[in-house]
Design a protein around this ligand. Structure first.
Ligand code: V1D
Ligand code: CA
Length: 478
């Protein structure tokens, strides 16, 4: 089942070659064109649909972000930033998140791919959508943070929620996926699961194992904090165990994975010891559940390894096609000197995570998952309007995909519900997260009468207890 052929859609925009935070900033958007060149060189573009993302609109972006913040972000430039004294502080502009030339344009492209991918998944026009320019998991509702300005992941998940009752978010970036966790902290319709380095002041300093969610969202935030030196064997083992338990207990209808490549060995900011094999095995494992899948980028600061990793993972997502280790001739060849190989070697660093500590954390996570209340029940079906589906941009250089467009009739079926989201400020007000997420409680939203149930337990070796829960939930879903 896991090697089943799938329809893969790949988002790429040429303009990504043009953005630069500043000369010495670790985040280099250029790693995306580098990835694309490897993908082209390996002929992977022939095996998937290639789309240029539409730039997401202010209206789309402010489904999550505040009007004030986005108004600022869309107007600020390196030339006028000095005029925005108070806003600079308020919206957290600084060394990590500078205002660079075209910053808002960059965000619109990044979010455009994630929202566009979610729309295609919603309409069963693809099985997997890939947007390596997305995955910017630290952006908050009213401020930028950790190299991230617009949270394309939250926007993509909001889009998926129009058609999918439960969405799972998985984050293998070495940093905690705080922006996404915070956005969905009080809902039981989105489970967030982040694996990350935690401790000794490592950014962003959140994501302890007992940060579980709040209110209806209690137990729907999963955090697996780790120490330096995680290697392929221990990471993959605990990734699989944790994800298997989540798939069994939560049974998502769609999955979003953030594939931050800063968890690789030798990353300029990271301190794990993963190779492409371990990182990729996590992505393959998620693919094997045959659930609609949105695959996103994220961090990654040794850019020659980021492009290697994401090109390799693109191949795993297509059909497990094995790439030759010899890198193809490509425009940015000199970055891969001296070996010009795809694979990277782990280093001799010590893995500071003992077997016992990882096992204990897994047990704690598993016990919390066991306490999940049953998934929300099904009611009347109304759906909000899709953003821009009819306006997906196509270009002569890109594959023309007229069959991916929707008819008026498809769009007419989507009815925006009044009071679609309402706010539960109390929790965050208490915590004084002034600029941060207004909590959305999604439980009273539309219902997915027609949601297909993609869960497949062929790959799982689970206890009877889990199987019984699965059965009960399936019954509930019907
Ligand atoms: F090293 C640097 C040089 C220049 C500018 C910034 C940095 C840098 C390194 N690490 N900044 C960081 C992190 N910030 C801090 C704060 C500065 N304060 C005083 C604390 O430690 C931010 C790390 C961001 C990681 C982003 C990410 O990899 O998770 C990501 N994922 O998707 C997109 C980005
Ligand atoms: Ca993470």
């Amino acid at each position: 089942m896991s090697k089943q052929k799938k329809r893969v859609t790949f988002y790429y925009h040429d303009d990504l070659e043009t953005y630069i935070y500043y000369h010495d900033h670790p985040m280099k958007p250029f790693r995306i064109p580098m990835t694309n060149e490897l993908i082209k060189g390996y002929n992977l573009t022939k095996k998937m649909k290639i789309l240029r993302p539409s730039r997401s609109s202010v209206e789309q972006i402010t489904r999550f972000h505040t009007d004030e913040y986005i108004n600022f972000l869309s107007k600020a430039t390196p030339n006028n930033i000095e005029d925005f004294h108070t806003q600079r502080l308020r919206f957290n502009v600084g060394e990590d998140t500078p205002i660079f030339e075209g910053v808002f344009d960059f965000c619109q492209i990044s979010a455009g791919g994630s929202i566009g991918g979610a729309v295609l998944l919603n309409h069963n026009k693809t099985d997997i959508a890939i947007n390596w320019a997305g995955g910017l998991h630290h952006a908050k509702r009213g401020e930028c943070s950790g190299f991230c300005y617009v949270n394309d992941i939250v926007l993509g998940i909001l889009e998926l929620l129009k058609y999918h009752q439960r969405v799972l978010y998985i984050d293998i970036d070495i940093h905690h996926g705080d922006g996404v966790e915070e956005a969905f902290y009080t809902t039981d319709r989105v489970m967030t699961c982040s694996f990350h380095k935690y401790g000794n002041g490592f950014f962003p300093g959140t994501g302890q194992i007992d940060d579980l969610g709040h209110g209806k969202g209690k137990s729907y935030s999963v955090n697996f904090p780790m120490d330096e030196g995680m290697d392929d064997k221990s990471y993959v083992e605990y990734f699989k165990k944790t994800i298997d338990a989540i798939m069994a207990f939560f049974q998502p209808n769609a999955v979003v994975i953030q594939c931050g490549a800063d968890s690789l060995t030798g990353d300029r900011l990271g301190c794990f010891n993963l190779t492409l094999k371990g990182h990729g095995e996590c992505v393959s494992h998620v693919r094997s559940f045959n659930t609609p899948l949105l695959v996103l980028g994220g961090g990654g600061y040794t850019i020659r390894n980021v492009s290697r990793c994401w090109a390799y993972e693109t191949s795993l997502l297509i059909d497990g096609y094995k790439l030759p280790n010899e890198l193809p001739t490509n425009k940015y060849q000199y970055y891969y000197s001296p070996d010009y190989q795809l694979n990277i070697q782990s280093s001799y660093m010590k893995n500071l995570n003992s077997k016992k500590s990882l096992h204990d954390k897994y047990i704690e996570i598993y016990e919390n998952l066991r306490n999940l209340t049953l998934v929300p029940s099904v009611g009347e079906r109304t759906r909000p309007i899709d953003f821009n589906f009819e306006k997906q941009d196509f270009d002569e250089n890109y594959q023309k995909e007229s069959d991916l467009r929707f008819t008026e009739k498809d769009l007419d079926q989507n009815v925006e519900k009044i009071n679609e989201f309402y706010e539960l400020d109390q929790y965050f007000n208490n915590k004084q997260f002034v600029n941060h997420t207004k909590i959305q409680d999604f439980n009273s939203l539309f219902n997915p009468n027609t949601d297909q149930f993609f869960f497949n337990n062929d790959n799982l070796n689970l206890s009877d207890e889990i199987n019984q829960i699965q059965k009960k939930k399936r019954k509930n879903d019907k």
